[in-house]
Design a protein around this ligand. Sequence first.
Ligand SMILES: C[S@@+](CC[C@H](N)C(=O)[O-])C[C@H]1O[C@@H](n2cnc3c(N)ncnc32)[C@H](O)[C@@H]1O
Length: 233
Amino acid sequence: MMRSAPVVAAGKGVPRYLQQVYWWAYVHPRAVRLFERPWLVNAILFGHYARLRDAALQALGSPLDGCTLQVACVYGNLTPRLLQRLPPGAQLQVLDALPIQLSNLRDKLPADTRVQLLQADAAALPQADASVDRVLMFFLLHEMPDAVRRTALAQALRVLKPGGQLVLMDYHRPVPWHPLRPLMRLVFRRLEPYAMDLWQHELDAFLPPGVAVATLQQRTWFGGLYQLRVLRR
Ligand SMILES: C[S@@+](CC[C@H](N)C(=O)[O-])C[C@H]1O[C@@H](n2cnc3c(N)ncnc32)[C@H](O)[C@@H]1O
């Protein structure tokens, strides 16, 4: 019988910005109970959840042989879908700073020894250099302060094997006439103070200087509000 993945503490404590800014979304137990609902996750993305999840999965490819690293848990069923694409002998590591998010994820996954749940900071990945075949960050970067975002991207590229892929799905600056611009501005101002950075800059602005990466895919959805960027190390 397969064993349920234990949560392995691989890093230091919880980043302060998560506690201060995102307590209502990820840290508080009531937040987990509130947000872990398919219809709500889909509503937050204006009905685009399945489209964006599937685009990220497609960008990662299939089967997911070797080692796949998902940096940060997400509400919804992205990780169970990742697991379905894992062939025998492959490994899926999911890392998050919050133990409560990792145990919530564990409850959504079947027992499977190919999955490893790691409690650590994305800005200080415990993985060795060039040890991972692909990295996924799904709506993580907009939640990070600028310096953390830059470090997290540098860390993702550090742990990738040469030729490995970094798949980024996140917010992006929508077209000027987008009807949701005012609402999103308000949401960002009130709840997501770092998210406007992704409206103001393309993702390249946050990549570490001096690290050669190639863009394999770049596309946007919903009037530019969401973006996918696939980079190769
Ligand atoms: C991926 S993001 C947002 C995803 C999206 N809103 C959703 O849940 O569908 C949320 C996760 O990122 C995690 N997180 C944020 N900053 C982190 C960091 N520096 N290191 C590790 N995990 C982090 C949070 O604990 C949370 O579980």
